[in-house]
Design a protein around this ligand. Structure first.
Ligand SMILES: Nc1nc2c(c(=O)[nH]1)N[C@H]1C(S)=C(S)[C@@H](COP(=O)(O)OP(=O)(O)OC[C@H]3O[C@@H](n4cnc5c(=O)[nH]c(N)nc54)[C@H](O)[C@@H]3O)O[C@H]1N2
Ligand SMILES: Nc1nc2c(c(=O)[nH]1)N[C@H]1C(S)=C(S)[C@@H](COP(=O)(O)OP(=O)(O)OC[C@H]3O[C@@H](n4cnc5c(=O)[nH]c(N)nc54)[C@H](O)[C@@H]3O)O[C@H]1N2
Ligand SMILES: [Mo]
Length: 706
């Protein structure tokens, strides 16, 4: 081997090796964090990916997922051309067609359905990929349909609802370094966030740290002072018992409550029933520990709370549980003060770069008039009022039952039918559609039901305006040419707007015009960014949202413990009441609790199970189960077990671990061969948000006879 060959093998950049470095970012766990990546490219192929030191996202470190980017980009089932289905739905037989043919067919079918059934009979849907969403939402409305819905029907928006109802904001950020107490409530950043320097540092600041989690986690070991090992889905009862202790021991902030809290008296009266002893019965957390937690919180103010997009709200009682936990902020005067929780606006497409823009106006200003209510609005009226987009958890029912009106077509980007509870119903619904388009990177099991599949590309193959925390932006450029004929989602959407000839000149002009419109409150010079696409830039004129400058945006202008929004909805309770979150399956048969979705460092929903390096870290779908339960059931590590609920059963291998509590079995989602969402009971949803009870379903576990 000569010198150059050796350098090529070592992937050393240089003219002699033909290897060069291009900067981009990782969008594999879209939309946050978007860690900066330096890509080593040779002959238009990425041969190595590493972090960028000092980058505002990730700081130079990549997680397992980001490091496996090459296997994600070059996965064998990448779709390289538009496809038209020629086999049965779900069978996977397609023919290649041109973009021209694909657009012509989509335009003809969507306009035909619009003419026959009305524009809202076309549902526009986005899966977990979020970066192009403002374009898609605007397209739906410009087309005339009220039905734009997304994966946010199961993620984050119920949390946002809770925040909105209490404070008027969508997102609150913990100012942990100045807190007296940090509540790590459902806190698992070592698995669910990027593994950059921040979470790996362990303890930060002087705050006392209380971890509320059914499991023993790295966060507990590295950061926790006190562990409240809670029974899944009983968070509201625990929060109320802590609140009661704060109140009876006079550890609340009276001045703050008098000036800024609405409904305190009713709330106080309500929580008095949650004595530590009663809460112990409900939650499994010893009464003494509840008292200790309250003492820590009361004596170490202000309070900040970990923000999880989903874990607390993935229960039938989830939205109210979340409100109950956040009520502790009102009692301790911890909203918008140093060391408390500060509002954090959406900058663009679910990225919070520290400042607000006109993104909401861009998304919603074309909302059609004279159309029926969106999907899910009848079943989940609070969701419809507070969130406004379709609640996609009711989509399968509406497709199948055609009430209150038919939905005949779905135009989707990145749809995963296994995202939903009782997902077989979604599979059934997809079979019943008149027309279905799915835009994805891969020929997924969901895409196999589509009439037309369009190929999109990864962040490494596209150009986009990407925001980063701290008022930063980059106009990225493709690191490699897009694979095959794949195209970026936002360009597909803008092209479709032109072809459908919707009444929307802005969208038809394409992404740059839209960016300029959205960012017109800051001095964002697209040309300047485009002149240096390799680097992240500070945006001029950005006013970062500061602590202490935010008033409550609720109807009363106060922190609403009694929600004046919920008050208008019959059958829903304006107080953050606690009710049981389990389904009504027979306890004598279904004697355990199934908690699904606890994040695995090597998996991201459905999208990484087919990436070999990542799959190798947990090659088979496994359910985590305690040693006590294993002994009782006569199983050992690796035994095949059957998990059954009232909806059905799946067979997986047992992973015996001391980290999960007795009586509860934990399982990750998105596996085609062990699809846990197929056994989440239909209708096991939160009436406030519509979210499925992913994290608390009654189940039985038995040993499989092999
Ligand atoms: N590696 C990886 N990272 C991800 C994702 C992924 O799929 N893989 N998904 C991303 C997405 S979309 C989301 S929404 C976030 C979710 O992010 P997180 O909510 O941070 O992640 P989880 O692991 O789901 O849950 C956090 C912790 O809550 C605990 N928990 C489970 N049930 C309960 C309960 O009822 N009460 C309490 N108090 N705690 C409970 C779990 O044991 C876990 O330790 O993660 C994001 N990050
Ligand atoms: N049981 C259970 N179910 C859950 C959860 C749980 O905790 N437990 N969590 C819920 C939550 S919080 C979430 S966020 C959802 C996850 O939501 P899902 O939508 O299921 O997420 P993924 O499977 O990651 O992605 C969906 C599709 O998007 C495609 N994709 C990736 N990038 C792009 C892109 O740039 N453009 C396009 N067009 N497609 C792209 C992927 O290939 C994939 O097929 O699952 C929910 N379901
Ligand atoms: Mo999520």
């Amino acid at each position: 081997m000569n010198e150059t060959e050796r350098k090529i093998k070592a992937k050393i950049p240089g003219e002699d090796t033909g290897i060069y470095i291009k900067n981009s970012f990782c969008d594999i766990c879209s939309p946050m964090p978007g860690c900066g990546t330096a890509c080593y490219v040779k002959d238009d192929r990425i041969i190595k990916v590493e972090g960028i030191k000092g980058h505002p996202s990730g700081g130079g470190v990549l997680c397992t997922k980001g490091l496996a980017a090459r296997q994600y980009i070059y996965r064998e089932d990448r779709i390289l051309t538009p496809l038209r289905r020629v086999g049965e739905k779900g069978e996977g037989k397609f023919e290649q067609i041109t973009w021209e043919e694909a657009f012509a067919e989509i335009v003809g079918r969507l306009n035909g359905i619009k003419k026959e059934y009305g524009a809202s009979s076309v549902m526009f849907f986005s899966g977990y990929s979020k970066w192009y969403r403002p374009f898609l939402q605007r397209l739906a409305y410009s087309f005339g349909s009220v039905n734009y819905g997304s994966e946010s029907s199961t993620c984050y928006y119920a949390t946002a609802m809770s925040h909105r109802l209490s404070t008027g904001y969508d997102a609150l950020n913990p100012d942990r370094k100045n807190s007296g107490t940090f509540l790590g409530w459902g806190y698992a950043p070592y698995h669910s966030r990027n593994m950059g320097p921040a979470p790996q540092g362990g303890r930060k600041g002087k705050a006392r740290v209380i971890i509320v989690d059914p499991r023993i986690t790295p966060a507990l070991k590295l950061e926790g002072d006190l562990h409240l090992r809670i029974r899944p889905g009983t968070d509201g009862a625990l929060a109320h018992a802590i609140a009661r202790e704060l109140i009876v021991n006079d550890l609340v902030d009276h001045d703050y409550i008098r000036d800024h809290v609405y409904g305190y008296e009713q709330y106080k009266e309500y929580v008095m029933q949650f004595t530590p002893e009663k809460a112990e019965e409900i939650t499994g957390v010893p009464a003494e520990k509840i008292k200790e937690a309250a003492k820590i919180i009361g004596e170490n103010r202000p309070l900040s709370i970990n923000q999880s997009a989903s874990v607390l709200v993935h229960h039938k009682n989830g939205m109210q549980n979340h409100r109950a936990v956040h009520a502790l902020l009102a009692l301790t005067g911890s909203f918008d003060v140093p060391g408390g929780m500060t509002p954090n606006p959406d900058t663009f497409s679910h990225v919070r770069a520290g400042f607000g823009t006109f993104v909401e106006e861009f998304e919603k200003e074309k909302y059609p008039k004279d159309q029926p209510q969106p999907v899910g609005a009848v079943k989940y009226p609070l969701w419809a009022e507070v969130v406004g987009e379709a609640q996609a958890c009711d989509l399968s029912r509406q497709i199948l039952e055609e009430t209150p009106y038919p939905v005949k077509a779905v135009y989707a980007h990145g749809m995963n039918m296994r995202m939903f509870g009782a997902d077989r119903k979604m599979e059934e619904a997809l079979k019943n559609l008149e027309f279905f388009v799915d835009v994805d990177l891969f020929l997924t099991d969901t895409a196999k039901y589509a009439d037309i599949v369009l190929p999109c590309c990864t962040s490494y193959e596209r150009s986009e305006l990407r925001l980063f925390p701290g008022g930063n932006a980059q106009y990225t450029e493709p690191v490699i040419p897009a694979l095959g004929e794949s195209r970026p989602d936002h360009e597909i959407i803008c092209e479709l707007a032109r072809r459908l000839d919707v009444d929307d000149d802005l969208l038809k002009q394409g992404p740059d015009a839209c960016y300029s419109y959205v960012f017109r409150n800051v001095s964002l010079d697209l040309d300047e960014l485009k002149n240096d696409r390799q680097h992240v830039h500070k945006i001029g004129g950005v006013k970062i949202t500061h602590t202490g400058e935010n008033r409550f945006l609720t109807p009363t202008g106060k922190f609403e413990l009694w929600s004046t929004v919920i008050e208008k909805h019959k059958g829903l309770d304006p107080l953050p009441v606690y009710y049981d979150g389990l389904d009504d399956a027979d306890v004598s048969e279904f004697d355990m609790i199934l908690n699904t979705g606890g994040r695995l460092p090597n998996a991201l929903h459905s999208r990484l199970h087919d990436v070999p390096w990542l799959r190798s870290l947990r090659p088979e779908p496994m359910a985590d189960i305690s040693f006590e339960d294993a002994k009782r059931l006569g199983i050992v590590a690796g035994s095949k077990i059957r998990i059954s609920t009232s909806e059905g059963s799946i067979s997986v291998r047992a992973n015996l671990t001391a980290s999960v509590p007795k009586g509860t079995v934990f399982m990750y989602q998105g596996y085609r061969e062990a699809d846990v969402n197929s056994i989440i009971p239909y209708g096991h949803n939160d009436p406030y948000s519509g979210y499925p009870g992913f994290r608390s379903t009654r189940c039985a576990v038995t040993k499989e006879v092999q």
